[in-house]
Design a protein. Structure first.
Length: 216
């Protein structure tokens, strides 16, 4: 029962629809009716600019981190699993809440920022590797979706390599869960994958720093 209570609370925190709330409060629109229709930070940034997109991203990251680092430590009773495993499960519950929020009829974002917040609290070194991959791809292509997918897969791969070849130990469950999360991120980006294959995915040219440096 204690684990179930933590998971439900984590889901409810993750389900807070930051893009919808801030889109209405700061932009006067329902973000789900504009741009890609996605209730996430990328669409909020694309439609309403950084003044809305940035705080949405910060809140979404904070939801995952709060679930994995804060909610998991609430004194609700004895837990059946190790604390670090429960932290990952709470973070995943927050990601599910973000993607399928009960407050907005289960229509949410794609889960990347919230998953990133969870992993910052549970696997900071693999997350640093994933951030580097994301920034590299973003600077080369300007494609947030491609960078997000690559970063999601970098985490379980780097966690496994660190576990095998360094003193940084990561439990097999964490590696398996992050691999499952990467699959989930790929699923939530399935529309983006189709557009990427067709060459129709919208990029952010202003973020293609490498191309701008070469021109200069």
């Amino acid at each position: 029962m204690a684990l179930a209570a933590l998971l439900v609370l984590s889901y409810l925190v993750g389900a807070f629809p930051s893009a919808v709330v801030l889109g209405r409060a700061l932009g006067g629109i329902d973000i789900r009716q504009h741009g890609s229709g996605n209730a996430g930070a990328t669409n909020a940034w694309r439609v309403l600019g950084w003044r809305v997109g940035l705080p949405v991203a910060v809140i979404d990251v904070a939801k995952g981190a709060a679930a994995a680092a804060g909610i998991v430590r609430l004194p609700v009773g004895a837990l059946p699993l190790r604390l670090e495993v429960v932290a990952v499960l709470c973070g995943l519950a927050a990601v599910l809440g973000h993607v399928f929020p009960v407050y907005t009829r289960f229509r949410g974002g794609k889960g990347v920022a919230t998953a990133g917040g969870m992993l910052l609290a549970t696997a900071p070194v693999p997350v640093a590797c994933a951030l580097g991959v994301f920034l590299l791809i973003l600077s080369l292509s300007g494609l947030v979706s491609l960078g997000s997918i690559a970063a999601a897969w970098t985490i379980p791969i780097s966690a496994l390599l660190f576990d095998l070849f360094t003193n940084l130990g990561y439990p097999p469950l964490l590696i398996g869960l992050t691999a499952g999360l990467a699959l989930f991120i790929l699923y939530t980006h399935r529309g983006n994958v189709v557009r990427l294959l067709r060459g129709e995915e919208q990029s952010f040219p202003q973020l293609q720093i490498w191309r701008r440096l070469r021109r200069d």
